[in-house]
Design a protein around this ligand. Structure first.
Ligand code: NAD
Length: 468
């Protein structure tokens, strides 16, 4: 019998519980999904006909508020799926020290086959259902993009909240992943994919962890396969290529491409936009079944599509030495055991794809403070740098060489603050999960990440107490 996605998350959770002395009652509370709102609502199609849409919002943990998590548009959305994804959000936020509880939502539609006007009506109606039941708000529950949604949908959610929500001052903070022109934050679009590659880079920096896999340290020259070239996968590919890794395989829902010499991902995308498919891209191997890409030779596999991509059925045939879970739940527990026994290192989702929620946190802070990160400091920093240049010139009797002076003349923009803060968070969180993995001889990084999350959430229950 196949287990459900929520069961899988709990299976990982329970494995980590064996390494903690947090009391059982608290563990039960952390594991439970606190609240789920199931809804049905009518939406009018462009031809005037009405269809009934199924929607969900799960708030897994209220130990920190607001709760936070994406909104998914897919025909496969179910209560079990949003509960599992909400639980992963709780643990992810705890691992990267972002002060949110976990949530997730979705509606059962296929956004690829619906008109923009239908999608807008469905999004606004879904938002209004959430407002009615207090399942959205800057201090309550803050959605973000996930599979099938993006900046456009987040903009509609914010605008509907502005029109109908109770909070007129902080309405922009009711949702993250908005376009920068709508007070989103620079760097959110690429944050999840970039964060996954930063995680990989960190893992690859320690000889003690990397050499036993038969690999050398460093990202440069590593051969990556990225399964699911969507919002997350595309930016993971770009970040990897920028750091001199080689992307040898990519896939989307209707096909995959492989070239052991490396793919020019931007040309692949242009070809897909023109031809409507990867098929026919010159000099490469095309697979009509996208999952075939998972089994091709590579050093690192980055599943960035959906849950349960890697199961007991295909795990024994994977060639990768490292798996970076850019998607949520791509490896099920059975496959996880097979891969661990085969010596494959897995960077778990609750750490590897946390870049998105980290930068969403920065967007939420920006919206609540009503000022961009650099606005109050940029000019001041420039003046301070100019003064420093003057002091150096006075003391040394000569000006700095122009290339060095140019570096000091630069003052940070919002993107610089966001990128460095993301990098810092991924680095600190990696240390937080790597150290117990090594020191306490935990089975793998996933167990260590779950353990860190459990102890962090348990600590807030210990400090806050249990009401009443
Ligand atoms: P998306 O809708 O932008 O992209 C999903 C991609 O997967 C699409 O290109 C689709 O064609 C492809 N796909 C679907 N089925 C496939 C299959 N069987 N094989 C290969 N490709 C397939 O979604 P996204 O936002 O990039 O999310 C991808 C994953 O990352 C999800 O698991 C999501 O929960 C997770 N995630 C997303 C974010 C975020 O910020 N968007 C943050 C954390 C985690």
């Amino acid at each position: 019998m196949t287990s459900s996605f929520f069961d899988d998350v709990n299976c990982y959770f329970d494995a980590a519980c064996q390494h903690t002395d947090v009391p059982d009652g608290i563990l039960d509370q952390i594991r439970a999904c606190n609240a789920v709102y199931r809804m049905r609502f009518p939406v009018r199609r462009d031809d005037g006909k009405v269809v009934v849409i199924r929607g969900f919002r799960a708030e897994h943990s209220h130990h920190r508020l607001p709760t936070k998590g994406g909104v998914r548009y897919s025909l496969d959305v179910s209560q079990n799926e949003v509960m599992a994804l909400a639980a992963l959000m709780t643990y992810k936020c705890a691992v990267v020290d972002v002060p949110f509880g976990g949530a997730k939502g979705g509606i059962c539609i296929d956004p690829r086959t619906e008109s923009v006007s239908f999608l807008e009506r469905a999004t606004r109606r879904y938002t209004s259902e959430l407002i009615r039941k207090r399942f959205i708000g800057p201090d309550v529950d803050v959605p973000a993009p996930d599979v099938g949604t993006g900046e456009r949908e987040m903009g509609w959610i914010a605008d509907t909240y502005k029109a109908q929500g109770p909070d007129t001052l902080n309405w922009l903070a009711c949702v993250t992943g908005k376009a920068v022109s709508m007070h989103g934050v620079e760097g959110r679009r690429e944050a999840t994919g970039l964060g996954a590659i930063l995680a990989l880079d960190l893992f690859l920096s320690t000889r003690e962890d990397v050499n036993p896999l038969g690999l050398e340290t460093g990202l440069a020259g590593k051969r990556l396969i990225i399964s699911g070239l969507g919002k997350v996968g595309l930016h993971a590919a770009r970040a990897a290529i920028e750091r001199d890794a080689i992307v040898v395989g990519v896939s989307v829902s209707d096909g995959a491409l492989y070239d052991e010499g490396g793919l020019d991902v931007e040309s692949v995308l242009r070809h897909r936009a023109d031809a409507g498919s990867f098929r026919g891209f010159p000099g490469t191997q095309f697979f009509a079944a996208p999952d075939a890409i998972l089994e091709q030779p590579c050093d690192v596999l980055v599943p960035a599509a959906l849950e349960h991509q890697i199961t007991a059925n295909n795990a024994p045939r994977l060639k990768a030495k490292i798996i970076v879970e850019a998607a949520n739940g791509p490896v099920d527990p059975e496959a996880n055991s097979i891969l661990r026994n085969a010596g494959v290192a897995i960077l778990p989702d609750i750490y590897a794809n946390a870049g998105g929620v980290v930068v969403s946190y920065f967007e939420w802070i920006k919206n609540l403070s009503h000022v961009s990160f650099e606005r109050m400091t940029r000019r001041y920093q420039q003046i301070a740098h100019e003064r420093l240049l003057g002091v150096i010139a006075r003391l040394t009797g000569k000006p700095l060489p122009p290339e060095d002076a140019a570096v000091l003349h630069q003052a940070p923009n919002e993107i610089d603050f966001v990128r460095t803060a993301l990098d810092n968070t991924m680095t600190l969180s990696f240390e937080k999960i790597r150290e117990p993995w090594k020191q306490r001889a935990l089975p793998d990084l996933r167990t260590s990440a779950y353990l860190a999350a459990i102890e962090s959430v348990a600590n807030s229950y210990a400090l806050d107490g249990i009401f009443p």
